[in-house]
Every structure is written in structure tokens, then in C-alpha cells.
Design a protein around this ligand. Structure first.
Ligand SMILES: [Zn+2]
Ligand SMILES: [Zn+2]
Length: 371
């Protein structure tokens, strides 16, 4: 299933057909690969032939919980080639390699000025669609990009950067935002619990902020991948207790900050126990509402802080583009599985049930050599 080597610098443009394949969300836990019309574009819009679209945890959550009406076509970590441009588009021409954001705030309303971008009416509108209610559309062969996204949310990919690498701009943005929330100081020690692709990205970014990083995971295979990214201070949580190990490495105090990059709520307590008094814990994967146990005295008496971070920030768009396009981290190496669109159901299923050796999973509608 994994294609050994992608032709990453080019993607041959084909004549635009009238229909295409797409992974259509039809209801709770119901994704079907269907033939749908290729979206029509209007003035100021562009059509992108999708090369790579990463599967995000939020896609899986929407599919599993039925939080959104059906039908929709999800997928928002999209990179590809401009296939057609509408009237008045001057920034792009067919053949340009690009990545697109799916949400962009207007930049001048009350909420934008207050920097609470998520409340901006323009931000709430999704600006990319492969048909139906706009929902990203990256799990399709073609995506229509609406005018405000063409203007402010479409980024050219440098020649030396692959489509796969470029598809990480949005997830990297969310991780940079999480790291900023923790206000890491150089020289601090940070423990990252969970070394899936997001945990590895957060660890690298914590290191970039000047921290000494300790990683932990139950799966040896994941720690080995993290080590390949230079994260060599790891705890095999199947053998050692991360709390004791974190204390052992910090003169018994505990780490300055811990990042929880796995959804298991039982680990909130572990993360809080691993930080020193006055330390902080970032919840990055707790996207399900409910209740979770924690020690209230750890917050009150030991003055530990529980923080959260979710979604991307427009303020970090330039930094995330520079980080990804400038290849500060070889993100494409986080991709363990590449699926053609025909196997989208299998791809989403694997992403929803991660295995020790499954990391980032992407869908590639126009795999070279498959067409
Ligand atoms: Zn996402
Ligand atoms: Zn606004």
C-alpha cells in the first residue's frame, strides 16, 4: 500500500474531466468513495488538482461522531497543482504548485482586531470545497478554492519542496500555537507524552524553543522514529514509569512542562505528576467532551497550570509556512502510509485505529504512475 517513491517535484496536469472520485461522508462512520461532478469555479477562484491530503484527527472525530450534517467531503491538509483559474485571478496560473488553508479570517472586523480570529464571520466559513457543504474537500481529485482563500490562504510551494512536505503547513501551525501557549523558556525541560506524528512535531518545536525534550510512548517503534528526528532522550513507557524517569532527570523536581499528545484522559494525571510545582501541562489531544480525573490540589497547592490549545492561528501562518517550506524538519518522513483515493475508507479506518508503526497517513488522489 505504501508507494515507495513519489515524484514529488512535479505532478502532470491532465485535462479536467467532468466527474471525479471523492470520499463522501454520508453519515456517522459512513464514508463512501463516489463519482461526483468536478466543482465549477467562478471569478476570483481556482481549481486545484489534489496531490496529497493528510488525514487529521478532527476529520476522524467528525466522521465518528456525526457532528456535521451529511453529505460532505472532508480533508483540509491539502497540496496540489492549480488546474484552472477563474476570471480576474492574477496571482496564480495553471501548473503552479500550492497548498491551501481552508479557513482564513477577514483581518479587519471587530474580532480580527481583538485577535479572536475564530469568532470572525469570514473565518467560520470554509473556503475550500469539492462539492456539497464546503468542508475542506481535500479527499477528492479536485478542490475549488474560493476567492478570499485564493487571495490570502493559498501558498506557493517552492520547487525544492515536495507536495507531501507542504501538506504539513496546517498541522505545524496548530503545533506552533500549542508551543507558544506553553511559553517555553530556553533551558527548560519538557516531557512529551505520545510520539505519534503530532507528538513528534510538538517535541521538535519544543526543542526549537530551547527546551531539553524527553519523549515517552508505549510503543518502541514510535520512539525509534522519534529518535531518527534527533529526539534521543526517550522513555519506553511499557518498561519504565515516565513520572519517575522525569523526576530522576530533574533532580527529583519534575519537568517544567509536559505535553499530552495522546487522547487517553488517564494520562492527564501522569502528565500533572511529571511536572514540578508551578509547572504546566498542555492538553493537545483532548478533543472529546466528558469528564476526566485530576488532582485539584496539584492545581491549587502545587500551582500547576493546565492549558489547552486547538486549531491553527492566522498569526502563525507565515512562521508555519517558513518552517515547512524551508524544510526545518523533514516532515514527509512522518508519513507511514499513502493511500489512493479508491482506498480512502481503508485509509481513514487505519488513521482511526493507529498501529505501532502507523504515523501520518495521507490520501493521494493523483498518484503518479497510477494514472
Ligand atoms: Zn487539521
Ligand atoms: Zn474578521
Amino acid at each position: 500500500m505504501a508507494i515507495a517513491q513519489q515524484l514529488t517535484s512535479k505532478q502532470s496536469l491532465r485535462p479536467i474531466p467532468s466527474t471525479m472520485l471523492a470520499a463522501v461522508y454520508r453519515g456517522v462512520k459512513d464514508i463512501r468513495v463516489e463519482t461526483v461532478p468536478v466543482p465549477q469555479i467562478g471569478p476570483g477562484e481556482i481549481l486545484i488538482q489534489v496531490h496529497t491530503c493528510g488525514i487529521c484527527g478532527t476529520d476522524l472525530k467528525k466522521i465518528a461522531t456525526g457532528s456535521h450534517s451529511a453529505p460532505r467531503i472532508f480533508g483540509h491538509e491539502t497540496s496540489g497543482t492549480v488546474a484552472a483559474v477563474g476570471e480576474n485571478v492574477t496571482k496564480f496560473i495553471p501548473g503552479d504548485r500550492v497548498m491551501v488553508f481552508h479557513h482564513i479570517p477577514c483581518g479587519h472586523c471587530f474580532y480580527c482586531k481583538a485577535k479572536t480570529f475564530a469568532q470572525c464571520e469570514t473565518y467560520k466559513k470554509v473556503g475550500c470545497t469539492a462539492g456539497f457543504e464546503p468542508s475542506g474537500g481535500g479527499f477528492a481529485e479536485y478542490v475549488r478554492v474560493m476567492d478570499w482563500i485564493v487571495e490570502r490562504g493559498t501558498v506557493r510551494i517552492p520547487d525544492e519542496t515536495s507536495f507531501e512536505q507542504a501538506s504539513f503547513v496546517e498541522p505545524i501551525n496548530t503545533c506552533i500555537k500549542g508551543i507558544e501557549r506553553m511559553a517555553i523558556q530556553p533551558g527548560e525541560t519538557v516531557l512529551t507524552i505520545g510520539q505519534g506524528p503530532i507528538g513528534i512535531m510538538l517535541s521538535i518545536l519544543a526543542k526549537r524553543a530551547g527546551a531539553r525534550v524527553i519523549t515517552s510512548d508505549l510503543y518502541r517503534a514510535r520512539l525509534t522514529i522519534a529518535e531518527a528526528f534527533g529526539l534521543d532522550n526517550s522513555i519506553d513507557a511499557s518498561k519504565a514509569d515516565p513520572v519517575q524517569e522525569a523526576r530522576r532527570q530533574t533532580e527529583g523536581r519534575g519537568v517544567d512542562a509536559a505535553i499530552l499528545a495522546v487522547g487517553a484522559n488517564g494520562l492527564i494525571r501522569t502528565a500533572m505528576d511529571a511536572v514540578r510545582p508551578g509547572g504546566r501541562v498542555l492538553l493537545f489531544a483532548q478533543t472529546q467532551h466528558g469528564e476526566a480525573p485530576f488532582d485539584p490540589a496539584a492545581v491549587c497547592m502545587n500551582e500547576k497550570t493546565l492549558l489547552g490549545s486547538y486549531s491553527a492561528s492566522i498569526d502563525l501562518q507565515d512562521e508555519s509556512v517558513r518552517f515547512v517550506m524551508g524544510r526545518e524538519m523533514a516532515l514527509e518522513k512522518l508519513i507511514s502510509h499513502r493511500f489512493p483515493l479508491e482506498k480512502a475508507v481503508e485509509a481513514l479506518d487505519l488513521a482511526a485505529h493507529p498501529q505501532p508503526d502507523s504515523m501520518k497517513i495521507v490520501i493521494q488522489p493523483s498518484q503518479e504512475g497510477k494514472q
